[in-house]
Design a binder for this molecule. Structure first.
Ligand SMILES: [Zn+2]
Length: 294
């Protein structure tokens, strides 16, 4: 095993209060866990609605948060379990982990929290270890036994890496890493959110990062359930973000932090309608878009 510490390092912070986590399981990739929610005081959705645009504008305009306000950077580590493994060599020749990992962390933090101190409460994830090893499936995220909330492991299958077509490798590996990193930073309704919503949020961030694989299509499988997960739920979330405004998914994630997920109360509380109605609206929207194309 090779252990390569990656910059930047973390600044330790007092641990928040965590509740038990969850373990969404899925057939297309081997998924494990999302971080457990904290019980810290929340912000109101009005704060987010009113200020998220300002926060983005200020960072774009160069008045970036001071170093005291910067997002905490977790310690990032890379384990390569078998250097003789083809997929491991392909991994190393396809991406530059020392730049991809920190930029992916930053992207996930901004997508879910916008600002380190003026946004919602970000979990104080202190370390993320990427483990590349031969295994079935694509990737999964889990907590380290000693402290599962603050120390995360992302397991990436080197067999999967070897199976990606050469021209797509860098893009695909980065997309998978972004998806898994969302699981290191998102909330899960005190363990009661549907796995499909957790996966959908992860792929919504991936979609927003322009890292969608070529087979993803908006409106695929609209005859299924809203929480079919992955890109199906990701495109639904993208629609909600367009309809209810930027920051909608962040409000959903915050709702998953503050209370135990109960479907009706969750959706009507945040968006004023049951999710089934929103899903029907989304299907109509997809039909209209398809109608306009033909
Ligand atoms: Zn996942």
């Amino acid at each position: 095993m090779v252990l390569v510490p990656l910059p930047p390092n973390t600044t330790p912070v007092p641990p928040p209060i965590f509740l038990p986590g969850m373990s969404p399981a899925d057939s297309s990739s081997t998924e494990a866990s999302a971080p457990a929610p904290t019980s810290l005081p929340g912000h109101t959705k009005e704060e987010e609605t009113q200020s998220s645009g300002d926060k983005i504008a200020s960072s774009v305009n160069g008045t970036a948060p001071s170093s005291a306000e910067a997002f905490l950077q977790p310690r990032l580590r890379l384990h390569l379990n078998d250097l003789t493994d083809d997929g491991t060599s392909i991994f190393l020749s396809s991406i530059s982990p020392s730049s991809i990992l920190p930029s992916a962390v930053s992207r996930v933090q901004k997508a879910l929290y916008v600002h380190p101190t003026r946004g919602y409460h970000i979990p104080s994830t202190r370390s993320v270890t990427l483990i590349v090893r031969p295994m079935d499936g694509v990737a999964y995220t889990t907590g380290i036994d000693l402290d599962p909330e603050q120390h995360k492991e992302i397991h990436l299958s080197s067999r999967y890496v070897a199976s990606i077509s050469a021209e797509r490798r860098g893009h695909e590996i980065e997309g998978v890493i972004v998806h898994e990193l969302v699981h290191c930073y998102q909330y899960n309704g005190h363990g009661h959110a549907p796995g499909g919503l957790i996966e959908g949020i992860a792929d919504w961030v991936r979609l927003g990062a322009d890292l969608a694989p070529p087979h993803w299509r908006k409106g695929d499988e609209v005859n299924g359930k809203w929480d079919a997960g992955y890109q199906h739920t990701a495109y639904f979330l993208q629609y909600l973000e367009e309809r209810f405004g930027e920051g909608t998914v962040r409000r959903l994630n915050e709702g998953l932090r503050t209370s135990k997920y109960e479907e009706k109360a969750f959706w009507t509380g945040i968006l004023g309608r049951p999710v089934e109605q929103l899903w029907e609206d989304y299907k109509k929207h997809v039909d209209e878009e398809k109608g306009n194309e033909s």
